[in-house]
Design a protein around this ligand. Structure first.
Ligand code: ADE
Length: 247
């Protein structure tokens, strides 16, 4: 990232992003976002509670989708139809697949993949989403660059790369290795690619921002509950700085 890239990215976001949507899977992840809101009101669509307000003067909406790809897609589609956000940020925690990230660091998406999408017996590559004929869905590069700049301002280590989602909690070296090998992903979680898929088909910009809670191996069943709340604080700091920058 050079200064010209970040300047261009920032002016892009400042001119075209007036409303930002946040989608989180769990309460501890949502709390990290909603505590930043002013002028808070709540609207319910179907079973989903949407928190509406402002962060640093920028209009924002946030919702808890629940765990897994189906809940995430339901929430993203409802948010898009109900609130028309210019950008959706899927935030929360993730398992680490990268050698350059540690617990508490942040993974930012360049693209998302669904590691459990598999029609390979029909001759397709693993991860291919038929219908859109893509394995990787690219996320918004301007949003990633501005978020990266926000993270460097507040001193949180981060990497931009592919984030892999699936309806599985990854907690073994073998499964971790398989996802790394198949997709060159830097982190794994259970919603980001579903939010990305929904945004893609609706023409909405999106970014996945995930604080590392565990190493997606045998230590994950202990580390995930131990670090979930603590590392979500880093996502909160990142979002605050990002919203300050685009205001
Ligand atoms: N979210 C946080 N850690 C995870 C893991 N190891 N697998 C899937 N989702 C996660």
């Amino acid at each position: 990232m050079n200064n010209t890239d970040i300047k261009t990215a920032l002016s892009d976001l400042r001119s075209s992003v007036k409303k930002v949507g946040f989608i989180c899977a769990m309460d501890c992840e949502l709390d990290a976002v909603t505590k930043l809101f002013s002028d808070l009101t709540i609207k319910k669509y179907g079973s989903i509670k949407f928190f509406c307000g402002k962060i640093c003067g920028v209009e924002a909406i946030a919702a808890k989708c629940g765990v897994g790809k189906v809940f995430a897609a339901i929430c993203a589609q409802t948010m898009i139809l109900g609130f028309a956000p210019d950008l959706i940020i899927n935030t929360g925690v993730a398992g680490n697949l990268s050698d350059t990230l540690r617990i508490g660091d942040i993974a930012l998406s360049s693209a998302v993949v669904q590691h459990d999408m598999d029609t390979s017996p029909l001759g397709d590559p693993v991860g291919l989403i038929s219908g859109i004929n893509k394995i990787e869905i690219e996320s918004d590069i301007s949003a990633a660059l501005v978020m990266q700049s926000a993270l460097s301002t507040i001193g949180i280590n981060n990497t931009i790369g592919i984030i892999a989602s699936g309806d599985q909690f990854i907690a073994s070296p073998e499964k971790k290795q398989q996802i790394k090998e198949n997709f060159s992903a830097i982190s794994c979680e259970m919603e980001g690619a579903s939010v990305g898929h929904t945004c893609y088909v609706n023409g909405v910009r999106f970014l996945v921002v995930r604080a590392i809670s565990d190493d997606a191996d045998n230590s994950s069943p202990d580390d995930f509950p131990a670090y979930c709340v603590k590392v979500s604080e880093n996502s909160s700091k990142a979002i605050l700085e990002f919203m300050k920058m685009i205001a």
